[in-house]
Design a protein around this ligand. Structure first.
Ligand SMILES: *[C@@H]1O[C@H](CO)[C@@H](O)[C@H](O)[C@H]1NC(C)=O
Ligand SMILES: *[C@@H]1O[C@H](CO)[C@@H](O)[C@H](O)[C@H]1NC(C)=O
Ligand SMILES: *[C@@H]1O[C@H](CO)[C@@H](O)[C@H](O)[C@H]1NC(C)=O
Ligand SMILES: *[C@@H]1O[C@H](CO)[C@@H](O)[C@H](O)[C@H]1NC(C)=O
Ligand SMILES: *[C@@H]1O[C@H](CO)[C@@H](O)[C@H](O)[C@H]1NC(C)=O
Length: 307
């Protein structure tokens, strides 16, 4: 096959898959759900828009582990996937080819997970299209519902320049020790939403008390940070199971670090490094001196033996 033919094949293949891939949308609701341990049931819903997708699946994602729970191969048909077949917890429904539900009964703390619905034209060997998931929280009666503490930290003194040689500063927002894990973090600069340069951890960290913490970062031009009149706010919206509670923290821009004359963290690190270097040289010198002395003693011993 000539190179040209090969290229054509590749292009065709790419075009075909591209066409194929934008075929189907899988929608899930609700996005978030909060239950209590012992609640009778919760129902998660799924909808897709192409009835030739006969197969529908429900997955559970917990601790980075994705497991298939149930699947359906047609209207009114469904099965529980091993090893969950003895688990009377899960009930699926498929009232129409494009609709499905997953019902979870007698909720336990262990049911807390993200549940995904997927659809495909075949049980395997064909791409499955996934919904965005439903995040289910099952409140643990042993952990107190706690709203987060929010703190914005100023940029560190020295930051690397980005690829375009533009100076940027990174502000960090930490929301700590909250339960349950239902927060959204967003940034505002002078009370205006800022999404550009903002990024929040995908997953919250969990400490031994069962409380969660999450970090978000905002990169802003250094010029913007160095204006003391600018106000940078981290807004955290926390869902306590019944209400959305807003918590926030704000810091003002700072001139410090702009001229480089102040004693900054940067200077401190440099001076400790200099001290370390001096100390290493001192050690090296003493070692060398020790060696010289040893060699001299050895030579002396050798020569005294020869005498
Ligand atoms: C799923 O999430 C993506 C990215 O956040 C979004 O663009 C898309 O609209 C969502 N899809 C549905 C069906 O909600
Ligand atoms: C700012 O973002 C928050 C959270 O995404 C949203 O609820 C709010 O409506 C936004 N405000 C404006 C003015 O866009
Ligand atoms: C975010 O917090 C700031 C500071 O308290 C507040 O003025 C603003 O209204 C909050 N934004 C939203 C969308 O809640
Ligand atoms: C959630 O917050 C609301 C308003 O602050 C409060 O009335 C309610 O008791 C809280 N719920 C829980 C479970 O703490
Ligand atoms: C922002 O936080 C302060 C205290 O930290 C609080 O008094 C204020 O109501 C909060 N503002 C909003 C809009 O949540």
């Amino acid at each position: 096959m000539s190179v040209r033919m090969k290229l054509l094949c590749v292009t065709l293949a790419l075009l075909l898959t591209a066409n194929f891939c934008d075929g189907i949308t899988v929608k899930q609701s609700p996005v978030l759900s909060v239950c209590r341990e012992g609640d009778a049931s919760v129902t998660l819903r799924c909808y897709h828009d192409v009835s030739s997708y006969y197969y529908m699946f429900w997955y559970r994602q917990r601790d980075n582990n994705m497991e298939m729970l149930t699947y359906s191969h047609g209207q009114g048909l469904w099965e529980i996937q091993p090893p969950f077949e003895k688990d009377v917890h899960y009930t699926m429904s498929r009232p129409e080819l494009t609709r499905s539900t997953l019902e979870i009964k007698n909720l336990e703390v262990g049911d807390e997970a993200v549940y995904y619905c997927a659809s495909s034209t075949a049980p395997s060997n064909q791409p499955a299209f996934f919904g965005n998931g439903t995040k289910l929280t099952v409140l643990d009666p042993n952990i107190k519902v706690t709203e987060p503490t929010v703190k914005v930290l100023a940029p560190s003194a020295k930051e690397c320049e980005d690829r375009n040689k533009k100076k940027k500063k990174t502000l960090v927002c930490v929301a700590t020790r909250y339960y349950p894990d239902h927060v959204t973090v967003f940034w505002q600069v002078n009370n205006v939403n800022r999404t550009e340069g903002a990024g929040t951890d995908n997953r919250a960290l969990w400490d031994e008390d069962g409380l969660y913490s999450i970090t978000s970062r905002l990169r802003v031009p250094a010029k913007e940070w160095h204006k003391p009149e600018n106000r940078f706010t981290c807004n955290v919206s926390f869902y306590n199971g019944t209400d959305n509670i807003k918590v926030n923290d704000t810091i003002s821009g700072d001139l410090q670090g702009q001229s480089g004359e102040e004693i900054t963290t940067d200077y401190y690190v440099k001076s400790t490094q200099t001290a370390k270097l001096a100390y290493s040289i001192f050690i090296a010198k003493s070692t060398f001196y020790g060696l010289v002395v040893m060699v001299m003693i050895w030579k002396f011993q050798v020569s005294s033996l020869q005498i």
